[in-house]
Design a protein around this ligand. Structure first.
Ligand SMILES: *[C@@H]1O[C@H](CO)[C@@H](O)[C@H](O)[C@H]1NC(C)=O
Ligand SMILES: *[C@@H]1O[C@H](CO)[C@@H](O)[C@H](O)[C@H]1NC(C)=O
Ligand SMILES: *[C@@H]1O[C@H](CO)[C@@H](O)[C@H](O)[C@H]1NC(C)=O
Ligand SMILES: *[C@@H]1O[C@H](CO)[C@@H](O)[C@H](O)[C@H]1NC(C)=O
Ligand SMILES: *[C@@H]1O[C@H](CO)[C@@H](O)[C@H](O)[C@H]1NC(C)=O
Ligand SMILES: *[C@@H]1O[C@H](CO)[C@@H](O)[C@H](O)[C@H]1NC(C)=O
Length: 378
């Protein structure tokens, strides 16, 4: 890549040949030096169904080169895209129309929002708490659990400069917002918030609402999270007490059943009191609408977990950081919608309970173009 760059540079300017050779030498040296320090390689323990995945965030560091024209930039960014099997420039621009359609759909559903009670103005502090700020690159990222947030947060932390590489960030610091150098929008003044909302690149990621709930259930209540005893010790018993059908049976059977969880989630008015007790923990099953207010904030990109292979490079490019980080290769098939899994989890749960659940998440299904799961509801 760098050799190519050098050839391109001195081709048309033979007279300054030696000067350029010298300059390219320097650039190469600097790049070799820099790349030693920018070797993002880390594990993402919780975002892909608990299967730990070794990921690579390698930076080509071409920011320092300051390419002379867009052609050069394309040539320079190609290798990283090719090596990760990522999309080409053409595919990226095709993807632009897919992304535009998503925004169009959500804004037209929002306009119908009286149907779904989707808006909540003014923006509540709760939503501002979900949004992370990268001032250096003018990016706002709304956190939605279970769609690979940890990586995005790590990237922003590195871009913000608190840590120089992703692997330096201790796991417990990623989500510790006093020390990770990744401020929340809620920590800023009203005018700072407004300015950022109006001018920054804004994005968040969603996935099929029911798959997301299954993923949250698995992660929080089945695979005992080492650092989060709360879910099994406090939340599960409270949900069981209120929502398990056969109470006599409840003490004997271990843990929360997905059926209990579905009944709890589908009881929107009735669960308010419990949700207050659960506090922040409810972010794992609140709707995307409640988390990120997509009808009140005009996001630039809505990523879909199911198409992360295309969406991640698109987001990096749109945010203007594609030269600084590249998205790690995503294990094949891991982001795909799995109907078998959904059927498995919902089997044995009454249609009435599933319909009530769907009613609560219908806004998310409609806003982001996810198909109504007829096979569960009819
Ligand atoms: C980059 O990270 C990988 C995996 O941790 C390691 O094997 C490799 O030696 C590192 N390369 C450099 C240049 O630090
Ligand atoms: C990480 O990237 C390095 C080179 O950039 C490569 O040699 C290595 O195989 C990659 N590791 C994984 C797990 O993808
Ligand atoms: C908006 O509501 C109208 C009337 O209920 C309906 O016909 C239309 O399909 C809705 N549009 C969207 C995008 O949901
Ligand atoms: C919308 O909100 C109003 C009052 O907050 C409530 O009465 C109505 O039932 C809600 N509609 C839906 C579809 O949730
Ligand atoms: C407990 O409930 C399960 C289903 O949830 C049922 O299969 C089992 O027979 C019940 N056991 C008793 C002792 O009632
Ligand atoms: C879908 O989920 C089922 C049940 O959890 C699992 O056995 C299967 O391997 C999954 N399929 C894919 C393609 O991941």
């Amino acid at each position: 890549m760098f050799l190519l760059l050098c050839q391109r540079l001195h081709g048309p300017m033979m007279r300054r040949h030696w000067l350029l050779v010298g300059a390219c030498g320097w650039v190469l040296l600097i790049l070799m030096f820099v790349s030693k320090f920018i070797n993002f390689s880390f594990r993402m323990p919780d975002d892909y169904g608990g299967r730990p995945v070794l990921l690579n965030w390698t930076s080509p560091a071409i920011k320092t080169v300051n390419p002379l024209n867009p052609l050069l930039q394309n040539a320079a960014s190609q290798p990283s895209a090719a090596s990760s099997g990522g999309p080409t420039q053409e595919e990226l621009s095709d993807w632009e129309s897919v992304m535009a359609q998503r925004l169009q759909l959500s804004s037209s559903v929002c306009r119908n929002s009286s149907l779904w009670n989707l808006t909540h103005t003014p923006l509540r502090k709760f939503v501002l708490d979900r949004i992370f700020v990268c001032d250096k690159h003018k990016i706002l990222f709304c956190q939605t659990p279970k769609v690979g947030n940890t990586q995005w947060k790590k990237v922003l932390i590195v871009l913000n400069g608190k840590f120089s590489k992703v692997e330096d960030i201790p796991e417990n610091v990623v989500h510790h917002h006093d020390t990770n150098g990744l401020p929340r929008l809620s920590s800023m003044s009203d005018s700072e918030i407004t300015e950022r909302l109006n001018t920054y690149f804004k994005f968040f990621i969603v996935r099929d609402p029911f798959e997301r709930l299954i993923s949250a259930f698995k992660d929080k209540f089945l695979e005992n999270p080492r650092f989060e005893p709360w879910y099994k010790q406090n939340i599960a018993p409270a949900i069981i007490r209120k929502y398990r059908k056969n109470q006599r049976n409840s003490s004997g059977s271990a843990g929360l059943h997905f059926e209990d969880f579905v009944r709890y989630l589908g009881d929107k008015p009735g669960r308010k009191h419990l949700d207050r007790q659960f506090g922040e923990h409810v972010i794992h099953w609140l709707t995307y609408t409640e988390l990120c207010a997509p009808c009140d904030i005009s996001y630039d990109v809505i990523g879909h977990h199911e198409t992360l292979e295309q969406d991640a490079p698109f987001i990096l490019k749109s945010a203007g950081i594609e030269d600084l980080v590249s998205y790690p290769s995503i294990p094949k098939g891991i982001t795909r919608y799995n109907r078998t899994k959904v059927e498995h989890y919902f089997s044995g749960i009454s249609k009435r309970d599933i319909r009530r659940l769907y009613a609560c998440y219908q806004g998310d299904f409609n806003l982001f173009g996810y198909q109504r799961p007829d096979f569960l509801l009819d």
